[in-house]
Design a binder for this molecule. Structure first.
Ligand code: F6P
Length: 554
């Protein structure tokens, strides 16, 4: 593996700093003086139409960003990732989520193992199982077909499946429903099982490591619920609880021996590999709930979308390589324009969980302060990703994006064809909706000047309050429709954007040591919470005070 480059020591970084200092940002003027600007900065990646022209971007900036990528060896690292080198060095692992979506006939040997064949062997098992649930061949302990699939998982074992399920609901088979339990707050499992019929419910325990406290706790709570509810309904009828668990619980994990210890039949477990990071795993067996709900054919399409974007990232020239350009733009915003956060604003209600999904993908990947050789970093990494679907966000936080003092680059996402083509009288509701998608980036970029505000007859005292400064950057992403394929493309786009940023910053985007300390402390603190005074006395004063408050008020 090549050593990381300190990006601040590159010539391109120095030039970008200079360019930023000299730049007179003027999106109105830039568009007026260059009628080719929109076309020049609009690109295609698979089915995605990506307009970067409303960004704080000039040809000079772009050229130097591409030089920065070259000086920091981004494309070399990309190739190392696709070829299965152990670029996740702190865990000594390959990073091969891209192998999860390679066609069957591809070959890729990693650490002496043909991984593409392994992937397709598991996929076939997942598809076979999904078909049996969908056609009613797989039944619960009392012979009834499955109506509800409950995925129990957290982080990467939850966020991807729930996000895609919500996004692709129009593709879900009638009579099937998925629910997702993640939080160790018992409210989650209690509420999600409250109205369920145990005889028609299938639980999927999804955990890469099969050690995650939340998931194992919830899986045990669900198992207790299942057995008690079956018993209460007289459905067990002398049958062994083991048999009920075998019919109503399956698992997805890289740790199949732990699955067996939990009491789930290994025949009903689907594996994946340590070279799939949790937040990069929705296209592995972690997506089993999706394969059931959407069907194997749609899941194949979903994988095809990922692969199409992978191919674009691998083969498009740097100047037209959308994930490369978007990743570099994000570096520009974080390190030169000094943006601390990035909004993702889907104009598609179906994508309402997409920002939450991206939070783990981007922030667990690039929230790092040492480079992959352990050397410390003295420049910003990992901006905060956040967002909500439009138009809801417009009535909540857009005020700050339009007129606040912080600069927040935003990605707007929309689809030409609606999932539900409804009309309001003679107007298409989708077109009213899309008009907002087109209006917001325009307002952000071009604003409204004092003269324009005055010309509307505004009282002088409130003119400045009604001015929009403009020059607020955004990217607009469109696709024909939110299909399984396009969903895969969108996820892969953001995976690779995240990769590019991490590669420029020299960080290992594939480990997550920062989540460990809190987990350890929770286990240490639990006895104090439960009533152990000695454990309470061992806490710092603030934590002890809070636990005491809890114990007095429980
Ligand atoms: O705590 C963070 C994390 O390790 C994530 O990276 C991961 O997606 C999540 O926990 C769940 O892990 P697992 O799939 O092993 O249960």
């Amino acid at each position: 593996m090549t050593a990381p480059v300190n990006p601040t020591q590159t010539e391109a970084w120095t030039r970008l700093g200079q360019l930023h200092d000299d730049l007179q940002v003027d999106l109105r003027g830039w568009f007026e003086s260059d009628r080719q600007r929109a076309e020049k900065f609009t690109f295609t990646a698979a089915d995605l139409h990506v307009d970067l022209s409303k960004n704080i971007l000039t040809e000079d900036v772009l050229k130097n960003l591409l030089d920065l990528a070259a000086e920091t060896n981004v494309l070399t690292r990309r190739d190392q990732m696709f070829n299965g080198e152990h670029i996740n060095n702190t865990e000594d692992r390959a990073v091969l989520h891209t192998a999860l979506r390679r066609p069957k006939e591809d070959k890729l040997a990693v650490d002496g193992q043909e991984v593409v064949q392994d992937v397709h062997r598991v996929l076939e098992r997942v598809y076979d199982f999904a078909r049996r649930v969908r056609n009613g061949e797989w039944v619960g302990i009392t012979g009834k077909r499955i109506e509800t699939v409950v995925n129990i998982g957290i982080g990467g074992s939850d966020l991807g499946p729930v996000m895609v399920y919500e996004a692709l609901k129009p593709y879900v088979q009638e009579g099937l429903e998925c629910r997702f339990v993640s939080n160790i707050d018992p409210t989650d499992v209690a509420q999600k099982t409250a109205d369920l019929d145990p005889e028609t419910t299938l639980f999927i325990v999804a955990s890469k490591t099969f050690t995650t406290l939340e998931t194992l706790t919830n899986a045990r709570l669900a198992r207790t619920w299942l057995l008690e509810a079956l018993e209460a309904a007289g459905a067990l009828d002398g049958k062994e609880s083991k048999e009920a668990v075998a019919k109503h619980f399956i698992a997805v994990s890289t740790a199949l021996e732990k699955v067996a210890e939990f009491g789930i039949d290994p025949a009903n477990a689907f594996g994946f590999w340590d070279w799939v990071g949790g937040r990069y795993s929705v296209d592995s067996a972690i997506g089993t709930s999706l394969a059931i709900a959407l069907g194997p054919e749609n899941f194949e399409e979903f994988l095809g979308g990922f692969h199409a974007l992978d191919q674009h990232f691998l083969t498009a020239a740097p100047e037209e390589n959308v994930p490369l350009l978007m990743g570099l733009l994000n570096v520009w915003y974080v390190n030169f324009v000094k943006a601390a956060s990035h909004a993702v604003l889907p104009y598609a209600q179906q994508l309402h969980r997409f920002p939450a999904y991206l939070q783990q993908l981007t922030m667990e990947s690039n929230g790092k302060s040492v480079r992959w050789d352990g050397s410390s970093i003295d420049y910003s990494t990992g901006e905060i990703f956040w967002g909500e679907p439009g138009t809801n966000g417009q009535h909540a936080f857009y005020q700050l994006i339009h007129q606040g003092t912080q600069l927040i680059p935003a990605d707007f996402i929309a689809f030409a064809k609606p999932a539900y083509p409804l009309n309001d009288g003679d107007k298409s509701a989708h077109e009213l909706f899309l008009a907002n998608f087109f209006a917001q980036p325009k307002a952000l970029a071009f604003g409204k000047t004092e003269e324009e505000v005055r010309a509307e007859g505004t009282r002088e005292e409130i003119v400045t309050a009604r001015v929009f400064a403009g020059n607020k950057p955004s990217t607009s992403i469109m696709a024909p429709a939110l299909t399984p394929r396009v969903m895969g493309e969108l996820i892969a786009l953001y995976e690779h954007i995240t990769f590019v940023q991490g590669a420029v910053w020299g960080v290992n985007s594939f480990d997550q040591w920062g989540v460990e300390l809190g987990k350890q402390l929770a286990l240490q603190i639990y006895p104090a919470v439960a009533g152990d005074d000695e454990a309470l006395a061992a806490q710092d004063d603030s934590t002890a005070g809070l636990i005491r408050y809890y114990r007095e008020n429980r």
